[in-house]
Each structure stands twice: as C-alpha cells, then as structure tokens.
Write a protein that binds this ligand. Structure first.
Ligand SMILES: Cc1ncc(COP(=O)(O)O)c(C=O)c1O
Length: 351
C-alpha cells in the first residue's frame, strides 16, 4: 500500500503537529519506569501537573482522547442509562459509537440553542426530565465539549459553563468535559483551564493536538475514580510500560499553552481573508475555521491538488491552524485562493 504525501501546508487538523526538537530531547532524556507495574516517574509528574492545571485531585495518562472519553463514560454509565451531549459532539459521532456499545450509554443529542456547540441550561433541565416509570432510561450524565470541534472550535464561556453545571446537578446528572482543546478555550477566554473545568466530575484533555505531543491525553477526576480508571485503561489495553518517554513530550506540551494565541490569530486572519474573497467563513473563537460552501468535498480535493490540506466537517470545509503552520503559510493559502477562487467555489455535483 502506498501512502499519499501530506499537503505542504497542512490545515486538516492540529493533530498533524510534529514533536519539536525540545520535545524530542525531553523524550530522549526521560526518566522511566514500568507504568503498568508500579508507575513511571515521568508519567507521575505529568499526571500531577495536568491534575493541577485542570483543578482536580488526580489524573491518568491515556493513549488517546477517544480512550479518555470512553473511560470517563464507562466510569459514569450503566446499562439503561442515557447521556446528553450537544449535537455533533465528538463522543456522539466520531468515536465509533463506543459510548453506546462499550460504555452502555444511550446518547441524546442536545440542540445548540445557547450558541455554537452548547445548549442552554433550560434545555439540559428539560431533556434530563425527572425519574420516569421503571421502563424509562435513567439520564445520568451531561457531556460537554470545550472548545467544540465541529462548531468551529467554539468556546463555552465560563459563566455559561457554570450555569450548565448547575442545571446538570439540579437534574441529578454527572458532568464529563471533553476538553480535547480546553487549552485553546482557556487562551481564547483568558481564563485558566481549571476555571473551565470547575465542577466537572471527569475531564479529558489532549496533549496531541495544538500542544504538539505525538501521543497522549489525560483523564482527570477524584482519586477513587482515577484508581478505577486505571483498571479500565488496562482492560482496554491502554496501559503502557516505559510511558515516561511519552509523558516527557506531554510535559513540554503543557508548557506551551500560551503560544496557542498565535494559532488563534492565524485562524482569525484566515477567516477574514476568506470573507474578503467573498466566502462565508465563520468568525473563529479559537483555531478552527469553518467555511460554508456548496461543495466542500470537491473544494478540499482541489485544495489538496495545490498542496493545501483542509477537511470536511459537519458539511463545511474546515481549516485548523496550529504551531506548524505559520502566518506566512496562511497568506500563501489566501493568495492561492485569490488567484483561483473556483478552487472553493465548486458547484454541487462537480468534482
Ligand atoms: C473534541 C475531541 N474530542 C476527542 C477527540 C479524540 O482524540 P483522539 O484523536 O486522541 O482519540 C478529538 C479528536 O480530534 C476531538 O476533537
């Protein structure tokens, strides 16, 4: 099998970021142990640091955001339970249904009636309902996503997060935060990640997206849940031995949160440039630009032929800015589209 070369300017996702020399050096020098037997010292340092950053007592490294979300849902849900999440949440549509078939949760998508990526507290109360007859589902969990990937990296402001948490608690729900890009949300809102996670029962954060680590996420919660999460991680095959090599990259990653502001500035510039060219690009809160086009799939194909990577998400063309795409790269993308706007303006049905 041959694999295609990546685009020269790759804005398909912030997951394409490469470990930089500082990160590689830290990985090479990492002090390690057997994390499955009795804990690796660098893993332990990373887990302590991330728990502190998100303001929860304990945390556990996991290989991916998908596994972090799955373990959280397995901790919270039992057969006959329902969980609520905003439409297009990653746990609903992009994790192969593991929330249902492994964690036993019946999903219920909530409308974005408070703004992109988020429901109102009233909607949470209304949909959660109360205890019904014995044959009805028990609504157990509210799962929110900050920033919300498929809504163009839209953030949940802190006051709304607090109100949503209160609505969940009033309705007897636990709260899981999919904070794959909580770092971006915190930088955009100029608050700490812990402020955006306050009151959550579990929080999953990614190291491998805009922060540039090659692998890894962290699930944070209280000590009892994290002890159980460690057992579930093993069950899922996610325990790693000398994981300190990977955790060292994570420690460098969490030291670089502030620079995400550059990615946000690049996304804002890209969206503004696209609008100047007459395209319907949403104003981004963070590092994701969605463009409403008649034929986003064909547009992505044509961009790829120019060496520009973009993806299609929720029916829109998506560009994601990151540390390996410079401000100059963004200008190059805009020039290429200005030179030939038909790259994006592809009619429905054309290829
Ligand atoms: C919001 C969100 N949650 C979870 C994930 C899953 O992370 P991973 O790709 O590490 O499994 C992603 C990945 O893009 C994501 O965007």
């Amino acid at each position: 099998m041959t694999s295609a070369a990546p685009p020269k300017i790759d804005l398909r996702s912030d997951t394409v970021t490469m470990p930089d020399p500082e990160m590689r050096a830290a990985m090479a020098a990492a002090e390690v142990g057997d994390d499955v037997l009795d804990h690796d010292p660098t893993m332990a340092r990373l887990e302590e640091r991330v728990a502190e950053l998100v303001g929860l007592p304990a945390s556990l490294w996991v290989p991916s955001g998908t596994m972090g979300n799955l373990i959280a849902l397995m901790l919270h849900l039992r057969r006959g339970d329902r969980f609520l999440a905003p439409e297009h949440a990653h746990v609903l549509g992009s994790e192969l249904g593991t929330a249902a078939w492994i964690a036993n949760g019946m999903p219920e998508a909530l409308p974005h009636d408070a703004g992109p990526g988020r429901p109102t507290p009233d909607t949470v109360r209304r949909v959660a309902g109360g205890a019904g007859p014995y044959y009805t589902l028990t609504t157990r969990l509210l799962c929110l996503e900050n920033s919300h990937n498929f809504s163009g990296g839209a953030v949940i402001p802190q006051d709304e997060w607090t109100a949503l948490g209160a609505a969940a608690r009033d309705s007897g729900l636990l709260v899981h935060l999919d904070g794959a890009r909580i770092w971006n949300a915190a930088v955009a809102l100029d608050v700490s990640p812990s402020a955006l996670a306050a009151g959550a029962d579990t929080v999953q954060v990614c190291l491998s997206k805009g922060l540039g680590a090659p692998v890894g996420s962290v699930l944070a919660s209280d000590a009892d849940r994290i002890a159980e999460a460690r057992r579930i991680r093993k069950m899922l095959g996610g325990g790693v031995r000398q994981g300190g090599v990977l955790a060292a990259a994570g420690l460098v990653a969490v030291g670089s949160i502030d620079r995400l502001a550059d990615d946000h500035a690049n996304a804002t510039r890209l969206a503004a440039g696209l609008r100047e060219l007459g395209f319907d690009a949403l104003e981004p809160d963070t590092n994701i630009v969605l463009v409403d086009l008649p034929n986003p799939v064909a547009a992505a194909t044509r961009l790829a032929a120019l060496g520009i990577g973009a993806s299609v998400t929720a029916g829109k063309l998506r560009f994601v800015t990151h540390r390996d795409a410079s401000a100059g790269d963004i200008e190059t993308v805009l020039r290429a589209i200005a030179d030939d706007p038909t790259v994006l303006a592809v009619e429905v049905g054309a290829r």
